[in-house]
Design a protein around this ligand. Sequence first.
Ligand SMILES: C[S@@+](CC[C@H](N)C(=O)[O-])C[C@H]1O[C@@H](n2cnc3c(N)ncnc32)[C@H](O)[C@@H]1O
Length: 193
Amino acid sequence: MADFAQIYGRNAPLHVEIGSGKGAFLLSEARARPECNFLGIEWASKYYLHTVDRIGRWGLTNVRIIRTDVAAFLPECVPDASVAAFHIYFPDPWPKKRHHKRRFVCPENTDQMIRCLQPGGLINIATDHAGYFDQIRSTLDAAIAAGRLQPAEFVRAAAAEPGEYVATNYERKYLKTGKPIFTAAARKPQHPD
Ligand SMILES: C[S@@+](CC[C@H](N)C(=O)[O-])C[C@H]1O[C@@H](n2cnc3c(N)ncnc32)[C@H](O)[C@@H]1O
């Protein structure tokens, strides 16, 4: 399991972005919130290297990024109750029905996120894909019905301009084409039932 206090050289709330792409949210949020630690998880080498380069150029000391598959990383490396928030922005929608099982937000991965979250910790999700949003909504609602999560307000990014939620490359691309953006959020209860 990862020792985040050692990795960052301090104890601070840990924000994890799943599929951080070119790092637009990760870097601008890390710069806006120096009191928090940020971890990007990104499996595409090109985006990973782009983000590594920008972390250096921006001189950020509170961000790390790992190039790996998040579905393996969470169970193998992230300790219980170590994460303050998961950020999932425009996850790959896998639109074909036979590929839906590849979507990250599913009951099994949501269980992992809940395990990793501190009490009161947040799951914050945005997508442009209505079909995937239905799956996200029903997955979160099932966990809420089971008392494992509670409804929460979506938290907009520090760098979001009016009309934006997270100010990522994909969000800006979709907003330009007039696509609607769907958001969902939930928190781990402070005191489980
Ligand atoms: C549609 S892009 C969105 C990128 C960014 N969040 C944004 O809004 O601009 C989805 C990203 O998730 C990454 N990704 C997809 N599946 C992943 C996985 N299993 N583990 C880590 N990263 C993944 C992709 O490589 C890609 O960069």
